[in-house]
Design a protein around this ligand. Structure first.
Ligand code: ADP
Length: 243
């Protein structure tokens, strides 16, 4: 379903992605681990062209974009294939939880108000926020805001949900409720790529783990391969620091 080939990205002289190759099957849950600054967020952002790669090809489903031959229409089509859950939630502050979730359905998917509301209510129920639909972000805890962020992504029914460190802005006591919601969605067979520093969570939830360092994929495999039988010294050192 997803095929990333030789993906490259630099910011000035800083080469952040140095030829990344990753394939993801439909329904697979992939966690990307790695030290800060290793390029994980940039990789996610290249998948929907929030950042334009300098080299390589991104394929999601039937849309394939080569960095050398990009047109706007293709980018719009590619963006519709995924939905991102951001570290800092990125909710509209002047809209309620319900309105935040409805926004993409109305504006991007051009659905009518009735249908958008039905879908939004269903996903807000799924993330446990049925009783908060009329609350504004400022009236919600960080965990609740992030669950709205997840509901918003889920509502669009994308081929893949991209999670960019979804719990790293949260107070420790609020992390669990968000991870629980992500685990619930994972069980429903959604394809997901999750950048996270939550090692235990990644270990439990993932079909496959990718360890990145310094712009390259150092090692990938099952949670057992990475957490127990890791082959690379860099992986071992990182896990030692994190666990
Ligand atoms: P990670 O998610 O693994 O922490 P990032 O992808 O956020 O890594 O960052 C990788 C590197 O790219 C860092 O050195 C960061 O400073 C740099 N970087 C990320 N985004 C930008 C940007 N918009 N402009 C310049 N440098 C950036």
């Amino acid at each position: 379903m997803i095929d990333i080939k030789e993906l490259r990205k630099s910011f000035g002289h800083n080469e952040v992605l140095k030829g990344i190759n990753i394939k993801v099957d439909k329904g697979e849950i992939i966690s990307i681990l790695g030290p800060s600054g290793s390029g994980k967020t940039t990789l996610l952002r290249c998948l929907n062209y929030l950042e334009s790669p300098d080299g390589g090809t991104v394929t999601i489903g039937d849309i394939s974009i080569n960095s050398g031959k990009v047109n706007k229409k293709e980018i719009i089509s590619l963006r519709k294939k995924s939905a991102m859950v951001f570290q800092s939630y990125n909710l509209f502050q002047h809209k309620t939880a319900l309105q935040n979730v409805m926004e993409g359905l109305l504006v991007v998917q051009k659905r009518n108000a009735k249908e958008s509301k039905e879908i939004a209510l269903e996903v807000l129920q799924k993330v446990g926020l049925k009783n908060k639909i009329d609350s504004y972000p400022s009236q919600l805890s960080g965990g609740q805001q992030q669950r709205v962020g997840i509901a918003r992504a889920l509502a669009l029914n994308p081929d893949v949900i991209l999670f960019d460190e979804p719990t790293s802005a949260l107070d420790p006591e609020l992390v669990g409720e968000v991870l629980e919601v992500i685990a619930k969605i994972a069980k429903e067979g959604k394809t997901m790529i999750i950048v996270t520093h939550e090692m235990n969570f990644a270990r439990e939830i993932s079909d496959r783990i990718i360890f990145m360092d310094n712009g390259v994929v150092v090692e990938e495999g099952t949670p057992k391969n990475i957490f127990v039988e890791q082959k690379e010294e860099r992986t071992r050192q990182f896990l030692k620091r994190m666990t």
